[in-house]
Ligand binder design. Structure first.
Ligand SMILES: [Cu+2]
Length: 176
């Protein structure tokens, strides 16, 4: 096994393929940081590190019930900290929730704080994390847009726009 690596010392790619070997420590590792600087153009603000995509707000089937928001939060390689708050226009209160399967029943729990993992998006989707929206003012109609504001533990904010939809057929994750 060792021979395969050692007979091609000029080929760093081959060496990388043998990285489980413990005796390659003295070799230089020119490639380890290659991913870091690629999109360093502007990462000074939280907005550059985090962005909201595919945001939707699903109105409740029954007025007065909670609505729900889904989106994908893209997390940049330099991001750090945690999400600690969310606000959605036309709703008095919004909470992070996480759906869980327990004994064949989908339940959900409030989540106070969502730690960011650099480079790993957080997906808010049915059966997963979602934002529960309470006390809507009733003004939103399908096709409207409303603002979504996420707050980080350092006070930075990420602002996006969500498209409002009627209750979809995918509310299986929202049974209470
Ligand atoms: Cu919920």
């Amino acid at each position: 096994m060792r021979h395969k690596c050692l007979i091609v010392p000029f080929a760093l790619i081959a060496l990388a393929g043998c990285s489980s070997k413990p005796d390659t420590a003295p070799l230089p590792t020119p490639d380890t940081e290659s991913s870091a600087p690629t999109d360093a153009a502007s990462v000074a603000s939280a907005a550059a590190k985090l962005s909201l995509a595919d945001a939707t707000v699903q109105l409740p089937a029954v007025p007065g019930r909670p609505a729900v928001a889904y989106f994908v939060l893209t997390v940049g390689p330099d991001a750090s900290g945690s999400l600690v708050g969310v606000n959605v226009g036309h709703f008095a209160r919004a909470e992070f929730h996480q759906s869980k399967m327990a004994g064949g029943v989908m339940t959900m729990d409030p989540v106070d704080q969502l730690p960011l993992t650099p480079g790993k998006p957080i997906v808010f989707a049915p059966g997963n994390y979602h934002v529960m929206l309470f006390d809507g003012d009733g003004a939103l109609k399908p096709g409207d847009h409303t603002a979504v504001t996420l707050t980080l533990d350092n006070g930075d904010k990420v602002i996006g726009s969500a498209k409002v939809t009627a209750t979809g057929g995918d509310m299986g994750g929202m049974k209470m």
